[in-house]
Structure formats: C-alpha cells, structure tokens
Write a protein that binds this ligand. Structure first.
Ligand SMILES: [Zn+2]
Length: 526
C-alpha cells in the first residue's frame, strides 16, 4: 500500500490523500482549499488525480475543506461511491449546495470585474486615468440589475463579444446536486467493503456531528495492514456529540500508518467545563447594560453547540430569557440535521433533554429567521436579544447587517466563539477591539469600515476560545496514549507548519515515529 498526500499538508485546508494498492485507488477526503480567493481558486482548479481511476472515496466529515471538491470529481467521470457516516451524508446535501451557490457567486463576481474593468478602460480611451464617479456609475448601472444583483446576461454577452476570459464556477448547483447520489452513509463501527481485500470502518471523531476516524484495512491470506485516517479530532466532554473514540475493535488496534490532524498541535484551549459559566457571564453583563449579543458562527457545529448551552442556561434560569434568533438559512437546515440524529448524541444530551421529552434544539425563546424581511426587521430591533448569524469570520452574510446596526453602541457585545482567520474582517475587528480594550477604552473608539461606511467600534468584543471543535495538544495526545491503539508510524497533516512540527517533536519525545509530509509526498506501507 502507498499513501500519497495531496492537500492539507503543512496547512489546514484542502484535505485530500490517496491510498494505492495493486488493484484500487481510494481517496481520503476531497476538500476545498480555502483562504485568499485568488490563491485558493488556483489550487482548487486542478484535481491531483484523474477521477476515473478512483475506486471509492472515504469522507471523514462534512466540512467543506474536507468535502468541497466532491462535485468536481463526480462531474468528471468518477464511478465509485462516497463512504461516510449517515449524518455526514445528510449534512452534505446542504453544505455542497451552499458551496455551489458560493462558487457560482464568486465566478459571477470575477466576470463582472473583468467586464467592468474592460468598459472603464474603453471609456477612458485606454489611459490609466481614473474615471469620473458619473462614468463609473454608468458602467455599474449597465452591468447590475438593481442594487445587489448582477446582470449576468449582459456580462456574458460583453465577455463573449470582446473575447474576454470567462471564469466558470468550480461546479454548478446542478453538479452539486448530482454528486449527492454517489453518497453511501454507513453507521459508526460498521465495516464496509471499499475495494479488493479492503474494508473501511468508521469510529467517532468527536469533532462535529457525523465526524469519523476511518480505519482502512487490507487483508490477504491472513496477512493484514491497517491505515487509520483521523479526519478532524474533537475535544473531550463537549456537549451533544460523543467524545473521540478510545476503544477500537481488536482487529483495528494495530495501526501501521496513522494519518493524523494537528491543527492545534502546539496549543492548549480553555477547559470545556468553563464554557457555560463564561457564556453566562457575558450574557448577563450585556443584558444588565440593556444591550444585545451578536454571535458570528459557522452554520455547522458551533451554532448548534451555542443553542445547546443557551437551552441549558434558560432551563436553569441562569440568564434572562431574552429571544434568541438564528439568522441563517443554512444553520437552520443544519440544525434540523442535528435534530434527526439522536443516535449520535452523548449521554448528557440524553439525560438533560431526551429523557425529559425535550429537543435540545427547540425551545420557546429560540426563533429561526427565514426571510430577508424578517432579518431586516431584527436589525432594527432595539430590545435585548441574542442573534447567531454567518459568516463565521464576518466576511459576508447577515452578521454584517447586525454589526451595521449595533457595532456603534457600547451596550452591545460581539461574542466571538470561533477562530478568525488571518486577513478576515472578523480578525480585524478582534484586533482593533483588543487594542482599544488594552488602552482602557480611553479616547476615540477605533473605526471599522464596511459597506462603504465607517463605524465606531464601541460594542464590547469578547472572545471565548474554548468552543473550538478541534482537540488541543493534550487532547490529540490523549487519543494516542489513552486509547487501545498500537501505532507504528504517524504522518501529521491538517496543521500550519509550526503547529505540525512542534507536535511532531512532542510525539517523538513520547517515542512515536513521526513524519510531516509535503504535498505530493508518498509513504510506503510495507
Ligand atoms: Zn472539520
């Protein structure tokens, strides 16, 4: 068996690896590279392997940096099945459609920019001179249909007429929908045949609903080899889902090669048990000031976790019961997926909710905002409330409209519960607020600019880091040391270089043999 690493090598996105045997090629994850638009677009365009030679795909979980290139593979002649857990298959129905929408939007925007620049150049007679506002407005009027919509027909016509480069989306909505028929959801701890003499078994990874560690086993004439792929590993004692598995079946205990994530290989998180009291404190303080709490959150995982904690706090009467709004159609759909998979819940969720006839994701004060009109009305609502909205890093989406109406008011709180990537708007707010806080909130509040306007950043910005869906250094180590696994060799993926390399030395001190592969590197499993 050979293992080749094609993505999420010395970085965190684009998870994609292949297992090659004499008879089969199995792909582990098929994820999108994310980050700066242009750079990610270039990396995503070319698949590392011809889809026609792939036997089957194993998908660790539904996050797009693991699943987002599946429609590219299925539209180009892939003829196998995509094996994953049932919850992952169901979540992908929403996430891949949402991804297609984003791909189509990105491509349209790039084409609009090409057309706009072309017309501007034409108007200025080829000179570098800046166009007057009036001329620019004329061009925009021609290429747009209303304030926020592009006139795609006009743009396509222009690009074709002048033979300008047109960008196609990585895949369309239709292609994303077609890819869904390739999914094959299997339960945890169930062994499926995925190739000649090859099986795959999923174990809970504790990262998000449906996330799995996969053991791929090759067995010929009584001789066997096990390769295990962790996907993303979660934290222990988190609400809703089970902890990462520590007990593996006897035939899966000896691992010849472990492909392991290392996102936080050199970091420690706040303890999980402190999360609820910390959340309670932030809420109470904000409502005492008469303010509202805005939470930018990813639709899959974080939103439901916060809903769960809020439900517990509301049941216990530990915070004022103000209305809670989930203002994201995707998060609303994903919350339904959570509701449909009680078989994946942990013991606490069963005891606190199910055994009392309660649905953790449904309570009197929780409302799912559906239409844009409802969302706009909520923007203007000045009574104390909690709103969860995307995007998670404040790069777009409805959260920006809430910020527009609330960021200038010092009674309000922006509560950050997720990682804000470098160069994102969320990180910018976080950094500016931290500097202002450090200066004792003296002098003029820092300004942030979005939607062509500047706003004073007077709202309080609080970060609670422990909500991470990834295990920290100690939790990752725990999976190795406290499980019944006997691991011969480890390849660390899915981590920024400094995190993976620090984790490598940490593991080597514990006696493990560890590699941090480069993109394209192959490891032979004898
Ligand atoms: Zn993930």
């Amino acid at each position: 068996m050979h293992l080749t690493f094609h993505g999420a090598t010395r970085e965190v996105t684009g998870s994609f690896h292949t297992i090659t045997t004499d008879h089969d090629r199995i792909v582990l994850d098929c994820g999108l590279f994310q980050g700066r638009r242009k750079e990610a677009e270039t990396k995503n365009r070319v698949l590392p392997i011809d889809p026609q030679v792939i036997t089957n795909i194993i998908l660790s979980h539904a996050h797009l940096d693991h699943s987002g290139r599946i429609p590219m593979v299925t539209k180009e002649g892939f003829n196998g099945r995509i094996f994953c857990t049932r919850a992952t298959a169901q979540a992908c129905e929403y996430l891949l459609r949402d991804s297609a929408k984003i791909q189509e939007g990105d491509a349209s925007y790039l084409n609009y920019k090409t057309a706009r620049n072309f017309l501007a150049k034409l108007k200025s007679g080829g000179s570098q001179k800046k166009l007057s506002n009036g001329d620019m407005a004329d061009i925009k009027r021609l290429l747009k249909a209303g304030n926020h919509r592009l006139n795609s027909e006009k743009i396509t016509e222009l690009l074709e007429e002048h033979q300008l480069q047109t960008i196609d989306p990585l895949y369309s909505m239709l292609e994303a929908e077609e890819s869904l028929s390739y999914f094959n959801g299997v339960p945890y701890n169930h062994t499926a045949t995925i190739g000649r003499d090859l099986t795959c078994t999923f174990y809970d990874a504790g990262h998000i609903l449906g996330s799995a560690m996969a053991v791929v086993r090759k067995e010929v004439n009584g001789q066997s080899k096990n390769v295990m792929f962790t996907g993303d590993i979660g934290r222990f004692d988190k609400p809703i889902i089970q902890d990462p598995t520590l007990e593996f079946a006897d035939e899966h205990r000896e691992i010849d090669l472990l492909i392991m994530e290392s996102t936080y290989g050199d970091r420690l998180h706040d303890p999980v048990k402190d999360m609820k009291p910390m959340l309670q404190k932030v809420l109470t303080e904000t409502f005492d000031r008469g303010g509202s709490v805005m939470i930018p959150a990813f639709a899959y995982g974080r939103t439901q976790e916060i809903i769960y904690y809020l439900h517990e706090l509301y049941l216990a009467g530990d915070v004022p019961r103000v209305p809670v709004y989930v203002d994201s159609p995707l998060a609303t759909n994903i919350t339904h997926v959570f509701g449909e998979h009680p078989e994946t819940y942990d013991e606490d969720t069963h005891q606190t909710f199910l055994e009392n006839g309660l649905n953790p994701f449904h309570f009197e004060h929780l409302k799912f905002v559906q239409t844009v009109e409802e969302s706009m009305a909520l923007n203007r609502d000045t009574r104390s409330h909690i709103v969860l909205a995307g995007s998670g890093m404040c790069e777009g989406g409805r959260i920006l409209h809430h910020l527009r109406h609330k960021i200038h008011d010092e009674r309000n709180t922006l509560l950050i519960v997720g990682y804000m990537g470098r160069n994102t708007f969320g990180r910018l707010i976080q950094d500016k607020a931290a500097a202002y806080e450090e200066a004792g909130r003296q002098g003029q509040a820092p300004a942030v600019r979005f939607y062509n306007k500047e706003y004073p950043l007077k709202a309080k910005v609080v970060t609670l880091g422990g909500f991470s869906a990834h295990g920290d250094k100690n939790e990752l180590t725990r999976v190795l040391k406290e499980s019944n696994l006997d691991v011969k060799r480890i390849a660390l993926v899915h981590g920024e270089e400094d995190q993976s390399i620090a984790f490598k030395s940490h593991l080597e001190q514990q006696g493990f043999e560890v590699t941090v592969p480069y993109q394209g590197q192959t490891i032979y499993v004898p």
